[in-house]
Design a protein around this ligand. Sequence first.
Ligand code: WTA
Length: 654
Amino acid sequence: MSLDEENFDTLLHETRKFPPHPSFRQQATVSSADLYHQAAANGEAFWAEQARELTWSKPFTEILAWDPPHARWFYDGELNAATNTVDRHRQGATKNKVALIWEGEPGDQVVLTYDMLGREVDRAAQMLTALGVQPDDRITLYLPMIPELVIAMLAAAKVGAIHSIVFGGFSAEALRERINDAGSRLVITADAGWRRGKTVPLKANTDAALTGCPQVEQVVVVERVGQIAGLNMIPGRDRWWHQAMAEASTAPFAPVPRHAEDILFTLYTSGTTGKPKGIVHSTAGYLTGANTSCRLVFDLKPEDVYFCTADIGWITGHTYVVYGPLSCGATVVMYEGAPDWPDRDRYWALIERYGVTVLYTAPTSIRTFMKWGPELPGRHRLDSLRLLGTVGEPINPEAWMWYYEVIGGARCPIVDTWWQTETGAAMISPLPGVTDLKPGSASVPVPGIFADVVDTHGHSVPPGGAGYLVLTRPWPSMLRTIWGDDQRYQDTYWNRFPGRYFTGDGAHRDEDGYYWILGRVDDVMNISGHRIGTMEVESALVDDHRVAESAVIGRQHDLKGQAISAFVTLKDGIEGTPELVTALKQHVADKIGPMARPEEIFFTAELPKTRSGKIMRRLLRDVAEGRALGDTTTLADPTVVEALKQQYEAQDPD
Ligand code: WTA
C-alpha cells in the first residue's frame, strides 16, 4: 500500500474546525445529530424511510435481502426513474417550475420547466419505442453536455431501457470497447460538441468506433453544432434526432414500471486491469441514494438553484446533475463548456446570472481558480450561494480555505463528499447543518453508511491510525455487479476483506473519528478527478510498435492532484527523441482520450522489477516525486532504480 506521506503530514497538522453557522443550521433539513443515532440504531428502517420519499407504482414491503456480496433493496416494489425525476413534479404548483437552465458554451440558453422537460422525455420515449427499443436493452449515449443528453437518459429510463453513457472526451476506441461490452444496438450521439470554441467530432468518432461494432443497428444524431463539413450520415443506420422526434407520437408516454432491482444504468470506470468495468446500478436503491444525499448532504430544497460542474458522462453528473436534484424538484443549472471560455470567470458569471445557491465542483478546479486569482470571482455577485461542495479527490486545506473564503464569503458550509462510481452516492460527507467541518477531511459517514479503516489483515485501526478504507454494511445505492463479470465484482470489492466492501482508497481516521482520504492504494490514478488505470495507459503505450515496455504512475501534481508519468523502454535501435515523446503522448490521447495524455514520458533502458518480474511502481513514484528511494531489497537488480533516479534528476521534465 502506498499512502501519500507528504499529504499525510500536512493533514495531521490541520486543526481548524468550523461548526455550522447558526443561520445555516436554522433552515437546514437536518439540524440535529439525532439522525445519525437513529440510522446507527436501525440502518434498514432508516433507509426504508428514505426510500418512501420516492414515488412507487407498487410500494415495497421488503427492505433488504443480503446474500453477501449481493444485496437487494426494497425488492418487491416497483417504480420508474423518469416518474421520480420529472413526472411527479408535473402536477400542482411545481408543474411550471424551472427544472433545467442550460447554457451552451457559445452563450445560447434553454430553459425547461418540469412540464416542458416531461413532454420532451415523453416524446423521446415515443421515439425510442418507434425505433424498437425494449426494456433492458442497452443504449449508449455519447453526447456533449446538452439538454438532449438529460432527455435521452430519462427517456431510456421511462421505457425501461438501460443507459450507458460514455463521456464525450473518450476516443473512438474507448467508445467501441464500451459499446461492445454493453451490447448496445442503439447509439445516440451529436454531430459535435463545443469545447473552448472548438468542436469535438463526436459523430466522426462514433463512425470510427462503429467499424468494430457489428451489432449496432441504429444511430441517432443530435444536431448541436451544425455545418460540420463531411458529416457522413449512413442511410438506414443514421437518423437526425430532430427528425425522429418530429415523427414521434406526441401522446403522453406511460412509464414502464420497473422492479426495484432492475438495472437503471451501467457506467464504465477504470480498474486495475486494462479493461474498464461496467458498473451496474439498480433503479430503486440508486434513486434512494441519489435523492437522500441531495436532501441531507446538499440540503436541497425546491427553491434551490443548483449547479454541479461535473460532466454527465461521469457518475457525479449522473447522480448530482440529473437523478438527485431532479428527484428533489430543484432547479438545475447545466453548462456545456469549459470554465475558461470565453473568459476565466465563466462559472462565476453563471452563478450570478442564474442566482445559483448550491455549487458542487472538484478540488482540481478550485486549485486552478486559486491560481487564476480572486479578481475573477470578485467581478461577480456570488452572494446567492449558501452551500458549497467538492468531490473527486482529496482537497488540500489551502484550497478548502480559499473556496470557503473567496467563493463562499466565509458564509457557506463546504460538504467534502467522498464517494465513487460504485457507491452511487455520497458516503462520507458532513451534514451541513450538523457536522463541524475540518478543512481537508470528508468528515464522517453519512447516516445509514458504515465505514471502517483496517490494516492488511482486516483489523480495525485505532483512532489516529491509517489503513484501507472499507464500507462494512450494504447500502441501497451500491453497485450490484460488474456488467457481464460477477466474478470480477466479487474479487475486486469483496474478497479482499470478506463481507466488507473494499474501496481501493487509503484513509486516516483521527481521534474524533473524522476520515481523511489519502487517495488510491491500487493501480488507479486520479488525474484532475478522473479515474484512469495505470494499465490502460501502459497498454496504449506498448501498442506503439517502438515501445518494448512501460510502467505508468500517478505522481503528485499541484493542480491536477496527480499527473501521469510514463517510464518507457524502447525496442532495440529506437532512439528516445523529443519527437517520439510527442508522438507517444498523442498516441495515448488517441487511444483513450485527451484526459489520459501523459504529462511526461521518460525513456529508460530498464524498469525496476522484483525477482518475480513485477514492476515496482512504488519506487518509480519515489523517483518521480523526488523522494529518497524506499525499500529496494526485493528488486532483482537494485542498481537499476538508483541509475534511473540519477538519470531522471538529470533530465527532470519539470
Ligand atoms: C476519489 C467520483 C478524496 C477516491 C465520485 C475515490 C475522493 C475515487 C473524494 C472515485 C473526496 C472521490 N476526497 N477522494 N471527497 N471523492 N475521491 O469513481 O480516490 O470517479 O476512490 O467517483 O475518487 O472516483 P469516481
